[in-house]
Design a protein. Structure first.
Length: 214
């Protein structure tokens, strides 16, 4: 299309499709006008809404993955719970990040709420203990903001750094870890039952201190 319009800017086939985008234009070169007008509007948007420094005119500065917390994103607590992360991709890439054009004028940015939030790669082997699984997800280990793990996996997930999962009890036993034992107390106290929690450190040979047993 572009090649044709460069040599034949009044091409009826293409200009018929381009007609109407800018009703005020009455010329015969609708497509060329649309391209020039779009570039001009994009320049104005970047200059006025992003930065006067063209070095900042990058996709990550106008496109984010949005992580709302319902209902806290609609309260004064929004700055603590509502997350927005600069990200690449769009609705047509492998790293999909779908956004809505309807919200662009109001928000002055492409904000996506549809994106792959879990990644997993498995390497199979004849011996189950030789198998490997890498994974990541874009949230955190806890839904509690004050737990310290509310959003701690997002950075590695976004940059493609996957974590190795420990599969099966034999593999877990080779790692340094702790067991959390939850068992009932021997006698039922007055006023209702309680649960006794006991955390026992388990020292085993092997690497890694950040493994969890489920």
């Amino acid at each position: 299309m572009i090649d044709t319009l460069l040599t034949d800017p009044e091409n009826e086939k293409y200009n018929r499709v381009c007609k109407g985008a800018y009703p005020s234009y009455k010329g015969k070169r609708q497509c060329i006008y649309n391209i020039a007008k779009s570039m001009s509007e994009a320049y104005d948007f970047l200059w006025n809404e992003v930065s006067h420094n063209i070095v900042d005119w990058q996709w990550k500065n106008v496109h984010v993955n949005e992580y709302p917390n319902i209902p806290l994103s609609f309260t004064p607590f929004k700055p603590f719970f509502h997350k927005e992360v600069p990200i690449g991709g769009n609705a047509n890439t492998v790293k999909v990040s779908k956004y809505s054009f309807k919200r662009l004028k109001a928000m002055k940015a492409f904000k996506s709420t549809h994106t792959p939030n879990y990644k997993q790669v498995i390497q199979f082997a004849d011996n189950a203990q030789d198998e490997k699984m890498l994974y990541s997800f874009d949230g955190g280990q806890s839904g509690n903001l004050f737990a310290g793990h509310y959003f701690d996996f997002n950075e590695k997930h976004s940059s493609g750094h996957l974590m190795e999962a420990v599969i099966g009890k034999p593999a877990v036993e080779l790692k340094k870890h702790q067991k959390l034992l939850i068992k009932p107390i021997t006698q039922k106290p007055a006023g209702g039952s309680k649960v006794h929690q006991e955390k026992r450190p388990v020292k085993q040979s092997g690497g890694g201190d950040n493994n969890q047993e489920f």
